[in-house]
Design a protein around this ligand. Structure first.
Ligand SMILES: [Zn+2]
Length: 331
């Protein structure tokens, strides 16, 4: 370790604080004030809010699944210089070093498997990835993953809008289910370069509260308590790999031979955050049925596409929710 990296490590140690379970928590860049203002969020289009999470793009019609963090160190030629760090301990799940293969550009995904819900974090548009970091490596909170940049595939991020796109979320399907869905939607001639770590296989929640407050000690409870927008009843005779990966989202233990399906609670933006198993043979909806919705959240869910609504204001499962189920259940 050279003297510069030693100094950086000591500085990071001083800057870090502890999550409730003892895991060190760091901010992903040297920008040390995660606020909803222009000091932290980078406007990437017409207006500041575009850098925040949610339906913030194109007059509120397009979703942004993370936050865009503004650089604090910029070179004379305008290029960002900020280091990008893993926010807490985890395992490197995926590295994409080919900027033209994704609209995330070069990106790294870390799975935080020390928590009771092993959420992942995603660090995108990197200029360079730390060559010492490999898939499968354990990384500590504050460990260098790369350098902020503005890589992307088919669009240009101008230097004055350079940022780290940062997400926290869950992976939906396994390789097989996601690839089947991908091939159906995009055709077998359209290669999926990222396996199950393709951005289309990830769902995310607003990372800003966690950047402000640190990781909650009970991550599973945090996700399950995100507001429920609607509930669907789905048929399933096998425990999906999604729940084997995130068992804390399932109520109780399940014997597969008795399983008939689940009532799934969703957030407005299609996170299937709580799964209540059913064991009655009377319970056999072959296609997902909507059994509850929060009228206050219908507009947001319809705007996102997880629900649809007809001219009589009747509400139905929407395409983005059905896509999530297809990736998870492989139907
Ligand atoms: Zn972004």
């Amino acid at each position: 370790m050279n003297i510069i990296s030693k100094c950086v490590s000591i500085l990071l140690l001083l800057l870090s604080w502890s999550a409730c379970d003892g895991a060190s928590f760091f901010l992903p860049t040297p920008n040390s004030s995660p606020q909803t203002d222009a000091s932290y969020l980078q406007a990437t289009g017409a207006g500041l809010n575009n850098g925040g999470f949610g339906m913030v793009r194109e007059n509120g019609t397009r979703y942004h699944g993370g936050v865009d963090i503004k650089p604090v160190h910029v070179a004379d030629d305008g290029e960002p210089l900020d280091s990008v760090f893993s926010i807490t301990n985890g395992t490197v799940a995926y590295i994409n070093d080919m900027d033209k293969f994704s609209n995330y550009g070069k990106y790294v995904i870390v799975v935080h498997d020390e928590f009771n819900l092993p959420v992942h974090t995603l660090y995108a548009h990197l200029n360079a990835i730390n060559g010492n970091v490999r898939v499968g490596d354990q990384v500590a909170g504050g460990q260098l993953l790369g350098v902020m940049g503005r890589t992307a595939n088919d669009y240009n991020i101008p230097s004055e809008r350079a940022h780290l796109h940062f997400e926290i979320g869950l992976r939906l399907g396994n390789e097989e289910n996601f690839q089947r869905w991908y091939g159906k939607c995009y055709g077998i001639d359209n290669p999926n370069h990222h396996g199950m770590w393709n951005g289309l296989n990830l769902v995310s929640f607003d990372p800003l509260p966690l950047l402000q407050n640190g990781f909650p000690s009970d991550m599973a409870e945090y996700v399950r308590k995100l507001p429920t927008a609607f509930v669907t009843r789905v048929h399933a005779q096998r425990i999906p790999e999604f729940l084997k990966c995130y068992p804390a989202l399932q109520d109780g233990s399940v014997k597969e031979k008795d399983l008939c399906g689940y009532d799934v609670e969703w957030t407005w933006n299609g996170i299937p955050k709580s799964w209540r198993p059913h064991f009655s043979r009377k319970f056999s909806p072959q296609s997902p049925v909507l059994i509850y919705w929060d009228s206050q959240q219908v507009a947001a869910a319809v705007n996102f596409g997880s629900l649809t609504q007809n001219s009589k204001n009747e509400v139905f499962p929407g395409p983005r929710m059905l896509d999530v189920l297809e990736k998870i259940l492989g139907n």
